[in-house]
Design a protein around this ligand. Sequence first.
Ligand code: HEM
Ligand code: HEM
Ligand SMILES: [Fe+2]
Length: 457
Amino acid sequence: MKYRSQKIAWLFFATSLVLLVLQVLYGFIMGFAHMGYDVFHEWIPFNTARAVHTNLLVVWLLSGFMGSAYWVIPEEAGRELVSPKLALVQWASFVLVGVVAVIGFHFNWWEGRKFLEIPRPLDYLVVVNVLLFIGLVGATAWQGRRFTTTGITLLLGLVSAALLYLPGMYHFDNQVHDSYFRWWVVHLWVEGVWELIMGALLSYLLIKLTGVDREIIEKWLYVIVGITFLSGILGTGHHYYYIGAPEYWLMIGGIFSALEPLAFLGMAIFAMAMMRKGGRRHPNRCALHWTIGCAVLSFVGAGFLGMAHTLPQVNLWTHGTLVTAMHGHLAFWGAYAMIVFAMIMYTMPEMTGRNCYTGWIPEWAFLTSNIGMLAMTGAFAVAGITQVYLERKVGMDFLDVQDAVQVHFLGLVLAAALFALGIALFVWNFISFGLPADDLKDEPDQTERQPLKEAVT
Ligand code: HEM
Ligand code: HEM
Ligand SMILES: [Fe+2]
């Protein structure tokens, strides 16, 4: 750890993991409900469980991004965080808003717009909180000695994500208008500005873990940012096909969203190429596994499985079915959960001074969570395709179809159990790293500064 204030990241990472565990529990509640065992229905009906599951996901990922930014920005800017105390206040208020929102959902205090369920009064608190966060990392970058492409891309991603929260806060009486602008938040986050955050963190990790020159890695980052904007902005059209928006979106949405996988493909090729060039010399192999895994699985989940239902001819049939859930799971996991895990795995040894990245626990955490998530994706796919066929082609009633696909949820729950085992091992590994230490080596690792052949082996 180069700067002491970087260790504030630990709090955000620990928060992420606690919320992830809760998210997984709510996932199981829904998995069992789909199997016909909706045992918590009286207290936690399916719609509540679903909103809690998806909002916890967003909150834990944001917490992971914030922790990563508090780690990366001081290092890239070359100075301590401007105010670690305020960062602590920002963490506490962020957790408070998240907890109040999730508790509120159980009492029907919400807005009912998928992914943007947080009620309006809490939205204002989110804005204040995020302004404080952006202020802190922004001021650190501004007062720092240097502006790197990685640091600026990360900041650009964070600031744009904050700005794009605003269209979701505007009140519309018209359902079409409301839906139209809801996608400015949901789509432009995951297929736009969050990709910048992911690209920047990927670039940071590859610089640290492969030892390849920053110049080479950051050149790729420009290309990826370019493709992301080129395809992702107009790609929003793939959500406008049949919601009451003008017909020209069929063409625009189809063409531009079909280009979106290129950005993810670019990231996968980029990460693989850098790993080969660097020859995998860094001792923290586990962090490298998560990094490369993220680049590859994000292409599979977001790029490939996104492409599978992005054309209007296909989306006409698959819209809003379990096919969407199939894609949603692997895309979020591959792109954003895995990049947060990679950051955690890379930073923990730096923060705590303990090298708990070897041995069977971190290895099996990686293997079982990823195999589990791939199997879950498969279960959702089988259920989803069957649903589309029976409900939309054959014309069976929605609930009869849900009965017909119940059996596939046994598969889902089994796969989810394997996934949950991986998460439990990861959390156990996180705990065994212990708390961040004060008396650390000044330079985390010398990979970036040393010629490759001398890099740590
Ligand atoms: C990491 C990036 C991505 C994530 C996290 C993600 C996640 C999601 C989620 C959660 C939904 C459901 C949204 C809702 O109904 O509110 C969704 C919908 C959709 N995604 Fe993605 N996605 C990503 C990238 C992509 C890409 C690159 C494509 C196209 C190539 C794509 C195509 C679609 C389509 C067409 C829908 C609408 C499905 C429907 O009509 O029900 N996604 N995505
Ligand atoms: C034990 C693990 C998990 C289980 C059993 C599970 C199960 C489920 C179920 C049953 C749904 C509702 C599908 C429906 O609408 O009928 C759902 C929704 C969702 N879950 Fe999970 N989940 C798990 C973990 C995760 C993880 C780790 C992520 C993200 C990385 C995730 C992301 C999502 C998303 C984005 C949706 C909304 C999908 C959509 O828009 O259609 N889940 N999950
Ligand atoms: Fe989208």
